[in-house]
Design a protein around this ligand. Structure first.
Ligand SMILES: [Zn+2]
Length: 510
């Protein structure tokens, strides 16, 4: 036996004690889990836990992983996979978590139940809060509605070594994707995250089997995902509205929205039907109605154009079926609606019109937000006509999905160090050299347009504080312009008239 046997036995005992105190690990399951850990780490007997537990990450988890690496038990290139395996062993099994969730729903209500699952997910490192807290986050106060902006530093960009490892792995077809139910307990590979610590809550939406889980990336408070138990492609249909609204009845303290079902305007995973939800903290929810409308056919439904950067119809009322009926009518009409005078064309070689729908519930009033989307491209807009133009790609190039369309921007981590360098230029700490900046290997090269604009407006003799403010203002402004790009009916007199013309074509009148 290696010499460090005593201390590793203590780390294991400490982890078991932690799990009993923080993860609700049952007395008998704790003995079972301890034996599983002894077997995994090839040690013969446990020790006593410390009276006062050391720090969970550095004093317990890291110690166990390091021991495993040092003794050839864990792959040094896959420490996180091993850590997740260890923490999966001390997390109550999926069915027990479901039972505890249900028990809390019955006794204290659903909010207590989701708090329990969220807390468990943080304490077993499924959600790595210390990483999430590295994110840089601020609110952009803008006249058309505030935005929240996050520079995502919790998801480190892949190293070349990592990319090479991923490539070296043979392609497998299991699990079919990152969202499939079969991820529950999956060991993970160099290219697919380990999921021994994930716990899910099954539910029925529109009488179909779905499940809910938290997102490990926490783009906003209690960020969760509702996922179909079937690996089926994203499709915005009348069923989508029913599922979203069913979810808000089960979880009235959360919203749930679906990404659109077309590339450019949709999310990154179109192959598996899933929706995103969480606390109603996204900026769009704070916005008032710009103009109200009504339908003679469905008088119970309040219909309005939302005062927001892109084209949102808000439906609300107490009769769920009426809201769904109006939404179905709008979806069917929008799919084939063209208005060449404002550049909206429903179909060329492929269909272009779709909707990003989001549901909420407050007291006994349902709301359904329908963001009208179009993914057409043309010669002068190869990335999309309703997509950020190329001069904004230094800030955001990817598709604008539902989270951003609602005003919560998630920007790439590389921006943090790049902003620092731009601030140095504007405050004279780093000399301005356009030849150097134009070199494509320079990470600031993509920001050349922004730097030229900022230097023109502010010069290069600013205090570091003023320089930083100038850069942040520029980013805030860009995010507003990105949202404006996604508007199919622009916030101009002509654009809004065209928006009303579309509603009027459905017998929806002001
Ligand atoms: Zn799948």
């Amino acid at each position: 036996m290696p010499k460090q046997n005593t201390s590793i036995s203590k780390h294991v005992a400490n982890l078991i004690k932690y799990a009993k105190e923080n993860l609700n690990l049952n007395y008998y399951d704790a003995i079972y889990a301890q034996n599983s850990l002894l077997a995994l780490l090839k040690i013969s007997e446990p020790a006593d836990a410390d009276a006062k537990l050391p720090d969970f990450q550095t004093g317990i988890v890291d110690k166990i992983v390091d021991y495993a690496v040092d003794n050839g038990i864990a792959d040094p290139k896959a420490k996180l996979l091993f850590e997740t395996k260890v923490l999966g062993l001390v997390t109550p099994c999926p069915s027990l978590v479901m039972q505890e969730f249900d028990r809390r729903v019955r006794i204290n209500g659903v909010e207590d139940a989701t708090n329990y699952l969220n807390d468990l997910s943080v304490k077993n490192n499924y959600i790595r809060m210390p990483d999430i807290q590295k994110n840089i986050k601020w609110t952009a106060n803008c006249p058309g509605g505030d935005l929240t902006i996050t520079i995502n530093l919790s998801k480190p960009e892949k190293s070349n070594e990592q990319v090479a490892l991923e490539r070296s792995l043979p392609q497998t077809n299991y699990p079919k994707c990152m969202l499939c139910l079969e991820n529950l307990g999956f060991e993970g590979t160099y290219r697919h995250p380990a999921r021994e610590t994930i716990r899910i809550i099954p539910m029925f939406l529109n009488d179909e089997p779905w499940f809910m889980q938290f997102s490990p990336y926490v783009y906003f408070d209690n960020h969760c995902i509702a996922i179909s138990q079937n690996h089926q492609p994203m499709a915005i249909t009348p069923l989508t509205f029913r599922r979203l609204m069913d979810f808000t009845e089960l979880f009235p303290h959360y919203f749930l929205g679906s990404n659109a079902d077309l590339p450019i305007v949709g999310g990154s995973i179109l192959a598996h039907e899933h929706y995103q939800g969480g606390k109603k903290v996204l900026p769009m929810f704070t916005r008032p109605i710009r103009k109200s409308f009504a339908s003679d056919e469905y008088p119970s439904v309040n219909i309005g154009i939302l005062d927001w950067y892109n084209s949102v119809i808000k439906l609300s009322g107490r009769v769920k079926e009426d809201i769904q009926a109006v939404a179905e009518k709008i979806l069917a009409a929008w799919r084939r609606y063209s208005d060449v005078s404002v550049g909206v064309i429903a179909e060329t070689d492929a269909p272009h019109n779709t909707i990003t729908p989001i549901a909420t519930m407050e007291d006994d009033t349902y709301s359904l937000y329908l963001i009208l989307r179009n993914n057409r491209t043309d010669e002068s807009h190869p990335y999309g006509i309703y997509h950020p133009t190329e001069d904004m790609h230094n800030i955001k190039k990817e598709g604008i999905g539902l989270i951003e369309a609602m005003g919560t921007f998630i920007l790439p981590g590389r921006l943090a160090s790049e902003i620092t360098k731009v601030v140095e230029i504007l405050s004279g700490a780093h000399s301005l050299n356009f030849a150097e900046l134009s070199d494509e290997s320079n990470p600031l090269c993509k920001h050349l347009g922004m730097i030229a604009q900022l230097v023109n407006d502010h010069g290069v003799t600013n205090t570091p504080e003023d320089a930083e403010k100038a850069v942040i203002d520029y980013i805030n402004n860009t995010c507003v312009r990105i949202l404006e790009c996604t508007a199919v009916f622009k916030n101009t007199e002509i654009g809004q008239q065209a928006f009303e013309k579309f509603l009027n074509s459905l017998e929806i009148k002001a």
